[in-house]
Design a protein around this ligand. Structure first.
Ligand code: PEP
Length: 247
């Protein structure tokens, strides 16, 4: 199974989101590929209704871009895992580098979110990745392993988990990790998961994935899918990336 996940971030209005989903529906996808879309919270209801109308409900899962670690309470501006489920989500992203950086989220906070999300019934896509200084100083693997160890709670359900390896320096920059970088890092992540008793957890690559590099990335044995930001906003691009997974 290959996962093609779209992170729409804080983009798209209702009309363009609907149009994008309709165009995504025109892409023939076999049983080998699972698609997930992570829209902004305010687009979830529209995404749910649209995918039902156009017959995508069984072929495209929905996810929230974040959730709070608490079940409910005085957390202005936040969204709970239960609210995501009520809005039609099966998935949630946690630990994206934009949240770690811009919202100063620690790995401990992310672990608490992951635990709550799984307890409520969501599958979780946990993002990890080193920054440029960490890569250049030869600490990429150690950084990512430490992030995994800090962001995975003691109680974790491997059947409701995916990891997205997203080197921070490759996100939205047009710079993609080399196939050798990706292979090395995915091998290290798979090894860490296995040693933690978490078998068969998919490990996705994210960071400037586009129709030109998708074939090479998806052909790597250790890559179980891709998490796509910028290119996921364009129907032609995300459909081409999806088709690359079929090969
Ligand atoms: C992301 O932010 O998850 C991402 C992979 O973005 P981009 O594809 O734009 O680098």
């Amino acid at each position: 199974m290959t996962i093609i996940a779209s992170n729409w971030k804080m983009n798209l209005d209702r009309q363009s989101a609907e149009q994008l989903l309709v165009e995504m529906a025109s892409c023939p996808v076999g049983d080998k590929v699972k698609r997930i879309v992570f829209p902004s919270f305010t687009l979830l209801d529209l995404a749910r209704a649209t995918r039902e109308q156009i017959g995508l409900a069984n072929h495209l899962a929905l996810g929230g871009q974040d959730c709070h670690a608490a079940a409910n309470g005085a957390h202005t501006g936040d969204v709970s895992a239960a609210m995501l489920i009520e809005s039609g989500c099966q998935w949630v992203l946690v630990g994206h580098s934009e949240r770690r950086q811009n919202h100063k989220e620690s790995s401990a906070t992310i672990a608490a979110k992951l635990e709550m999300a799984q307890a409520e019934g969501l599958s979780v896509m946990l993002c990890v990745g080193e920054n440029l200084a960490e890569r250049q100083s030869g600490h990429a693997e150690a950084t990512v392993t430490a992030m995994l160890s800090g962001s995975l709670p003691h109680k974790v359900d491997g059947a409701k988990l995916a990891i997205a390896y997203e080197p921070v320096w490759a996100i939205g920059t047009g710079m993609t990790a080399t196939p050798e970088n990706v292979m090395e890092m995915h091998q290290a992540i798979h090894k860490y998961l296995k040693n933690s008793g978490l078998n068969d957890v998919p490990v996705l690559y994210g960071g400037s994935v586009n129709p030109e590099n998708a074939n090479t990335l998806l052909a790597l044995e250790q890559v179980d899918g891709v998490l796509v930001g910028g290119a996921s906003l364009d129907a032609k691009s995300i459909n081409a990336i999806t088709l690359a997974a079929e090969i």
